[in-house]
Design a protein around this ligand. Structure first.
Ligand SMILES: [Zn+2]
Length: 188
């Protein structure tokens, strides 16, 4: 299903402002919806760029003295990745079937080889991390990228899973998340 079909239409001030997720910094449960930003420029097969920007909900932690802001990505949207997770699944399948990154770049996606190679590297890094996550949580270590993701994310919400994904696969960027100067974390 397209991720933008799953997005809640609750706006600030509407019922349901106090909802999950918990604050990732302090664990406080009461987080207020705090506007939205949009993600755009997703890669789609055959050189299509996804025209519709995808709204991402931001939250403000009401736990004193935290006051952090953070966002919850819609299902299928990954942090810092311009491929949808479902498209990484199909990319991984095509690579496993033996098609070259060059062929995929040229004939399937209409993208530069560099972008496909980068996605292939991300899948490889994610696979290693997902295997260790499965071992950590006692889940069966499945073979194949999609099966592995399905097994690894089972104990977590999409929010919890993408936070772990981000911190494990982008440690340099994640290191900045607690620096209020870099992320505009607000004090209340
Ligand atoms: Zn907090």
């Amino acid at each position: 299903m397209s991720p933008w079909n799953k997005i809640s239409t609750n706006s600030t001030g509407s019922k349901g402002n106090h909802s999950h997720p918990r604050c990732p910094l302090c664990g406080f449960k009461r987080c207020w919806k705090h506007g939205k930003y949009t993600r755009k420029g997703f890669h789609r097969p055959n050189a299509e760029l996804l025209g519709t920007p995808i709204p991402v909900q931001r939250y403000l932690c009401l736990g004193p003295p935290c006051g952090a802001t953070f966002s919850e990505l819609p299902e299928d949207v990954l942090p810092y990745c311009r491929f949808f997770l479902s498209d990484l699944f199909s990319l991984s399948d095509t690579l496993t079937e033996g098609w070259s990154a060059y062929w995929i770049a040229k004939h399937q996606w209409g993208l530069s080889l560099r972008i496909i190679l980068r996605a292939e590297l991300l899948i490889r890094k994610a696979t290693l991390w997902l295997e260790s996550l499965c071992r950590e949580t006692g889940a069966k270590v499945e073979t194949g990228f999609q099966m592995l993701v399905d097994a690894a994310r089972k104990p977590f919400s999409w929010f919890g899973f993408t936070r772990r994904w981000f911190h494990s696969l982008y440690p340099c960027r994640a290191g900045n998340i607690f620096n209020p100067h870099n992320l505009g974390i607000k004090r209340i």
